[in-house]
Design a protein around this ligand. Structure first.
Ligand SMILES: [Zn+2]
Length: 531
């Protein structure tokens, strides 16, 4: 008989009825507690020897095994969640929100493992698709610590509050709309979590320093390294002592790129027994940074000439600060005219303040700017918009303006209102500066759809649509491969995650051709035993 802990109820119900009292206990409980209860049973009762042996051997084997489950970002790019089970402990690496329209229902499904039975969360970075289900996890009983860098902790709290607010607003908006239209949507019209739920998870955040190991339990430790993706982002290495032998599992999280503004380059790593690497751009090569700046200048100059506005759907984290950084540079170089730039995202403004607090994490170029007493995020003409009233007033301004607003994939937030005002005007430009996941409004616009539905109404897309790819905070296939080449010996197993199927598969094949390493592309809910 073979079985493991934490498997689904269906499997448990297929088991024969327990003839030993301890057997039932062992299926449902934490492995170590199950062993103790069984030993008590053995001592106090006469039981069927063979069954006891099976249960004990199964229990011990299960405790000694290292198991890895792919519970999100497996053949898709959001909902990052990996479960690592070892030495009787359960660790969750990331707990992200699903953002692809066709996968959003997964946000409402119960967690694969009861949150009460998860011992700790290791958080790679503060993007919503990596941290966005933490309030739900805590609401449903998670009691442990959420380990991450201080910058990630501060930014994640801002992002989670905003997400909760959006969840509440969206639910209310949908409820009213459905009521008006007399119909029912596919998801419940209640928020996934509330602002109170988000706040309840803040005390769990436990900041740690880069490159300083943290002991999670006897024989289990984790070390965070700078991933160069967004401020505070991490590559996480978990070391597990298994029967006196060390095993290491490395999670890249989202991998940054060399030579990007503000953040440092990704840390190179030399070894790991098991490696999970992201593949968002596993089948593409990015533009060069110089081209990116030129392209932005071109969009600003030509839209100014046409007399339209420039709408920039942008993530509040990193991308907004990068756009400001580039505009500042272009203004200093006299490459663009002085136009009014509105950062219409209170969240982006708050995150910019975290950036200013954590300048110790900046790269050399940005640190040098600060030493010269020049802020990379301020210039004349820049306005931070706070209230909704101010936000609505922006579109009445005559002359060309630029509005940077969230959300980055147009799935919610103030950008939707700005799109409504500008998307039907040919003299305007919609400038995308980030990845647009399948099933999002952003993807519909960027892929050239002629009409799109925004806030319940259909609009023809007449504005110029530009995708500036060079902004990406994700390594492209060459950069990912180059990072892998830093390994001194091949990992025992390499898993390609966080990529749409085509991208992940392409990268797996590329790795095979270039290194001879065997890489696999796990599917959602795959569970793998690491020897
Ligand atoms: Zn990310």
């Amino acid at each position: 008989m073979h079985w493991t802990f934490g498997e689904n109820k269906a499997k448990q119900s297929q088991l024969p009825p327990a003839r030993v009292r301890g057997l039932k206990v062992a299926y449902d409980m934490h492995p170590i507690r199950a062993v103790i209860e069984l030993l008590f049973d053995i001592a106090g009762m006469r039981l069927y020897d063979s069954h006891i042996k099976i249960v004990l051997v199964g229990t011990m084997r299960s405790i000694m095994q290292i198991k890895l489950s792919f519970l999100g970002a497996a053949q898709n790019v959001t909902g990052s969640q990996f479960l690592l089970q070892a030495n009787g402990k359960r660790l969750l690496v990331d707990c992200g929100l699903y953002q692809e329209r066709h996968l959003k229902a997964r946000n409402w499904e119960p967690f694969q493992v009861d949150p009460k039975d998860i011992d700790a969360v290791l958080l790679t970075h503060a993007h919503l698709d990596h941290c966005g289900l933490l309030p739900k996890l805590v609401k449903e009983g998670f009691k442990g610590k959420i380990y991450c860098t201080a910058a990630t902790s501060e930014i994640a709290q801002i992002i989670l509050l905003d997400s909760a607010k959006l969840q509440e607003e969206d639910a209310e908006f949908k409820r009213k709309r459905h009521e008006r239209e007399g119909r029912k949507g596919p998801y419940p019209v209640i928020p996934l979590y509330t602002i109170t739920d988000a706040e309840a998870c803040f005390p769990h955040f436990t900041p740690i320093e880069y490159e300083q190991s943290v002991k999670l339990d006897e024989g289990i430790e984790a070390t965070f390294y700078d991933a160069g993706h967004v401020l505070g982002s991490s590559i996480i290495k978990v070391k597990i002592n298994k029967n006196g032998q060390q095993r290491s599992i490395l999670f890249t999280g989202d991998m940054g790129r060399p030579d990007r503004p503000i953040v440092r380059d990704p840390t190179s790593c030399e070894e790991a027994d098991y490696l999970l690497i992201e593949s968002t751009y596993g089948d593409r090569v990015h533009q060069k940074r110089k081209d990116t700046k030129e392209e932005i200048a071109e969009v600003i100059n030509s839209t100014k000439k046409a007399g339209g506005n420039i709408i920039v759907p942008s993530f509040a984290l990193e991308r907004s600060q990068e756009v400001l950084y580039y505009i500042n540079e272009l203004l200093l170089e006299d490459a663009i005219p002085h136009i009014m730039v509105f950062l219409d995202s209170p969240m982006a403004s708050r995150i910019t303040k975290v950036f200013k607090r954590h300048s110790e994490l900046f790269d050399k170029e940005t640190s040098a700017l600060i030493r010269k007493h020049e802020s990379p995020f301020d210039f004349s003409g820049l306005k931070m918009v706070e209230s909704t009233r101010e936000s609505k007033a922006i579109n009445h301004i005559k002359g060309t303006i630029m509005v940077i607003a969230g959300s980055g994939m147009c799935t919610g937030g103030r950008v939707k209102h700005h799109l409504v005002q500008n998307i039907t005007r040919p003299q305007c430009s919609i400038m995308f500066v980030g990845y647009q996941a399948e099933g999002t409004l952003g993807r519909q616009i960027v892929s050239g759809q002629e009409k799109v539905r925004i806030l319940g109404q259909e609009y023809p897309v007449k504005a110029r649509v530009v995708q500036v790819n060079g902004f990406s905070a994700h390594a492209d296939k060459d950069e990912l491969l180059h990072w892998l080449m830093g390994f001194k010996k091949p990992p025992k197993r390499l898993f390609i995650v966080h990529g749409e199927p085509q991208s992940a598969q392409h990268f797996a094949e590329l790795v095979g051709q270039e290194t001879g390493w065997k890489a696999s592309v796990p599917a959602y809910q795959d569970e793998i035993t690491l020897d």
